[in-house]
Design a protein around this ligand. Structure first.
Ligand code: EPU
Length: 433
């Protein structure tokens, strides 16, 4: 298994190019199933989740070409091949195959999703939506079976604001007969991105990005070309890494508005941030970090996906910070690892209480999920000595070329190879110490 090694202590400096959004990509790729002619999606991130999804489309008969961030899918020969096992289990977002295949074929069999372990991640709201549209849904041996002779528009109130359920219901409803109204819908930018693609395909959707989405079903959807929005979570990760390392970094290809909740928290902590069109400039070279409290909320609140990287930064802030995750109760697996690096953090219920500032020391740590991995990489960047990170496959699921991008910003980070300036024996000593 691959490992990452980081020799900490270098402030990040320079410019980084942000990739297309992972959480859009994993919804847009299954959305191509709904079309009857060729679709091209560009600005795709080069991450393992995208490659797995491309393979899944091939498995159901699609002609798929994935090259240099561009995916071309001819979905005309696809059929409702059951996918109870195999690659579907590797992806959390494989649940989007349910909505897309139900919309196109009136049936689907999809293994229950895998992906990051963040505690309970039910899909009851997705199922409630499919049933309201007229599907029968059963759960057998770890797979969900869906069937509908005809999908009919319905009024659906989500009991929990869910990104996945909102998108999945949209995917099924664009081909249903009549009008669907999703109330208490999620408002994340990725939902607008999916609605934009579906509209370019010929769907009739109003209100994406608000909490009421209205969809008028159509009989047929066509191919088109679509460019994915920039990844706000990758952007946020680099903003936090730049800040924590006391660096000066320009992020290119960002939508600053998507990052307002993070920018305002970083400013409160003491970081200077300037916005310009599709760029953000982060300057923490002179910053003295102050403790802040953070509560994750649905968009436009502070994103749960940035809570873990932020915890690392807050170990460097003077005073007591409280980070509360209202979305995922068990998203604190990075805390034990940060403690092993010298952080003083206590988890109580849904909150992490961080007492700062504490210096961090490099050691051997394990990423339990994607954003825990990001939190540990940032910890490595600001630690003394060398940090060795296992569980890199989680990081590969969601960050394109993380090592190369950090190296370009001056970080001493490498994958599997010994450090250029450090002999392996010395490195082992540093990691053991
Ligand atoms: N929930 C339910 N029932 C449902 C669906 C969700 O109770 O049927 C609950 C969840 O347990 C959670 C809350 O509702 O407590 C929100 O979950 P949501 O459905 O919004 O999350 P998701 O669609 O499964 C997406 C992202 C996550 C991100 C969350 C929240 C994708 C593929 N995943 O997950 O991203 O954390 O929204 O913004 O889009 C990540 O990128 O690392 C990641 C985990």
């Amino acid at each position: 298994m691959d490992k990452l090694y980081i020799q900490g202590g270098t402030p990040l400096k320079g410019k980084v190019q942000i990739s297309g959004a992972k959480n859009s990509a994993v919804a847009l790729i299954p959305a191509t199933i709904l079309a009857e002619s060729t679709i091209t999606i560009d600005n795709l991130p080069n991450i393992s989740d995208v490659r797995v999804f491309a393979d899944l489309l091939r498995e159901i008969g699609g002609t798929v070409e994935l090259r240099e961030g561009e995916l071309t899918v001819d979905p005309s020969a696809m059929t409702a091949v059951p996918l109870p096992n195999g690659s579907v289990k590797k992806l959390r977002a494989s649940y989007y195959l349910m909505g897309a295949m139900l919309g196109r074929f009136g049936r689907a069999a999809v293994g229950l999703p895998g992906g990051c372990n963040l505690g309970p991640r039910p899909i009851d709201q997705h199922i409630k939506g499919f049933e309201a549209l007229g599907a029968t849904v059963s759960n057998d041996h770890g797979a969900i079976f869906l069937k509908a002779d005809e999908l009919r528009g319905a009024r659906i109130y989500l009991d929990v604001v869910s990104v996945g359920a909102t998108i999945n219901i949209m995917l099924a409803a664009v081909r249903a007969k009549g009008q669907t109204i999703i109330e208490n819908a999620a408002k994340e930018p990725e939902i607008i991105d999916v609605a934009t693609l579906l509209s370019s395909m010929g769907a009739k959707i109003k209100g994406a990005g608000t909490d009421v989405i209205r969809i008028e079903g159509v009989d047929k959807l066509n191919g088109c070309r679509h460019t994915i929005i920039p990844d706000r979570i990758e952007s946020g990760t680099f903003m936090i890494a730049a800040a924590a390392s006391k660096g000066q970094v320009i992020l290119d290809n960002v939508i600053p508005k998507h990052l307002e909740s993070l920018s305002s928290k970083l400013r409160e902590i003491g970081v200077t941030i300037q916005e310009q069109d599709d760029q953000l400039y982060i300057d923490a070279s002179q910053a003295d970090f102050q403790a802040v409290d953070i509560k994750t909320l649905v968009h436009p609140g502070f994103p749960t996906d940035l809570q873990q990287p932020m915890t690392t930064l807050l170990t460097q802030a003077v005073g007591t910070s409280i980070v509360t995750d209202t979305i995922y109760s068990a998203r604190f697996k990075h805390v034990d690892e940060l403690r092993r690096m010298g952080a003083n953090i206590k988890v109580e219920g849904r909150s992490a209480i961080i007492y700062g500032a504490t210096p961090l020391q490099g050691t051997k740590v394990t990423a339990s999920d994607l954003r825990a991995g990001a939190a540990l990489v940032i910890a490595g960047l600001i630690s003394t000595g060398v940090t060795e990170i296992s569980g890199v496959e989680h990081i590969d699921r969601g960050y394109e070329d993380l090592v190369a991008k950090l190296q370009e910003l001056g970080a001493e980070v490498w994958r599997n190879l010994p450090a250029p300036a450090t002999e392996p024996a010395e490195m082992d000593k540093a990691i053991e110490s």
